[in-house]
Design a protein around this ligand. Structure first.
Ligand code: PLP
Length: 396
């Protein structure tokens, strides 16, 4: 058996997504900007998919802009809002956190280096959850944007996006939320009057069993965004001929995610499966440590971040892969490097714990047998690598 539990577990496209991509490649290959019949067929496919994606977050289709990835969506949200300010040349500040995805962290660092943008990092509690009261103290008239994730990609920790939105709204500061981990896994409603007050929201198709290379940015109609990639497409907000097959697949993935989300019991069932996987590992391998919150409701149903303190994550991942379990460490892009996850370090996780931390992620399709297989493989990997249960002080 092979259990695919790495952070891209949700990347496996469904058969219907594969069919949609193939059909678009075969039958809707014309340029959707062309006026001829073939072009209009491709345009229709793009617009139907946009409507499905919009409906997954209860948005209007015209407010959802399609692009090449979650990363591009984030780039456009952040640069776009800064660039659209009337006083775009004056120095400003962005409030964010140290545990954002690299798409936010690296971009904001570059803006600080190159464009005189001050980056204010909001403090986190001991489990890596944002301290909202402390965020309030960081907001003033020089803040041009707050950009905070909804759920963390490494620990699954869910941040109080609603409260952050309220704080931003009270000061008329645009709030960009990286909801890549949330959309498709939990219900998201950008309009809910009592819900989070987003101004911009990022999603990515491959986190909901859609194809890689398709992202979306929802923009509240009253929020100005200056294009980063110029061109006529996407109402002039993002140039470039649309990736019709990818977008077609993303549309089907969004429809399927919406149907799946209608049944709360399914999420609860998978949450129980994740909890059992985690507690079985803790039981079988004394000395293992879970990073991030564990209380009910504080974490996405699909993620667990577990450490064998004193070991190297890369070694654990290789042995796990040998034993039939695909897992990941930190963000996918930092796998292969020996540096521990900057997210875990920013949460205050001890270095020995951070070095030995791996992430197991479930998808909608993960079975009990796969989870049990992962428990056995984890225990066997700990033994093969000579794991000695001596958790340091400070590990949680
Ligand atoms: N934000 C978060 C929280 C993510 O987990 C990811 C991808 O893993 C991204 C942004 C980037 O999305 P993409 O891979 O589509 O560029």
């Amino acid at each position: 058996m092979r259990a695919y539990l790495d952070n891209n577990a949700t990347t496996q496209p469904t058969p219907e997504v594969v069919d949609a991509v193939r059909e678009a490649l075969e039958g809707e290959w014309a340029n959707p900007s062309s006026v001829h019949r073939e072009g209009q067929l491709a345009r229709r496919r793009v617009e139907l998919a946009r409507a499905s994606i919009a409906s997954l977050i209860e948005a209007k289709p015209r407010d959802v802009l399609l692009c090449s990835s979650g990363t591009e969506s984030i780039d456009l949200a952040i640069r776009g809002v800064l660039g659209a300010r009337a006083d775009a040349a004056t120095p400003c500040a962005i409030v964010t956190t140290a545990i954002e995805h690299a798409a936010v962290r690296d971009l904001t660092s570059a803006l600080a280096r190159e464009q005189d943008v001050e980056i204010r990092l909001a403090p986190l509690d001991a489990h890596g959850v944002l301290d909202t009261d402390a965020i309030a103290g960081l907001l003033d008239d020089s803040v041009a944007l707050v950009s905070v994730q909804w759920a963390n990609n490494e620990t699954g920790a869910i941040h109080p996006a609603g409260r952050i939105g309220e704080l931003c709204r009270a000061r008329s500061i645009p709030f960009h939320c990286d909801a890549v981990q949330m959309v498709g896994k939990m219900p998201v409603d950008v309009r809910a009057p009592e819900g989070p007050a987003f101004d911009l929201l990022t999603l990515s198709a491959h986190k909901l069993h859609g194809p890689k290379g398709v992202g979306g940015l929802w923009v509240r109609p009253t929020v100005g965004v200056r294009p980063v990639v110029h061109g006529a497409q996407e109402l002039g907000r993002r140039g470039g001929t649309e990736n019709v097959p990818g977008i077609a697949g993303a549309g089907v993935a969004a429809e399927q995610a919406r149907a799946w989300l209608a049944d709360d019991a399914e999420r609860a069932r998978l949450g129980v499966l994740r909890d059992r996987l985690e507690s079985r590992i803790l039981e079988r391998v004394p000395g293992t440590v879970v990073n991030g919150p564990r209380e009910h409701g504080a974490r996405l149903w699909n993620t667990t971040n577990i450490a064998l303190p004193g070991l190297e994550a890369e070694a654990i991942l290789m042995v796990l892969s040998d034993l039939g379990v695909a897992a990941s460490a930190g963000a996918a892009c930092s796998s292969g490097s020996l540096d521990p996850s900057p997210v875990l370090l920013a949460m205050g996780v001890d270095e020995r714990v951070a070095h030995g931390s791996v992430r197991l992620s479930l998808s909608r399709f993960t079975t009990e047998a796969e989870a049990e297989h992962a428990v056995g493989a984890f225990a066997a990997a700990a033994e093969r690598l000579g794991f000695a249960p001596t958790p340091p002080a400070g590990g949680r």
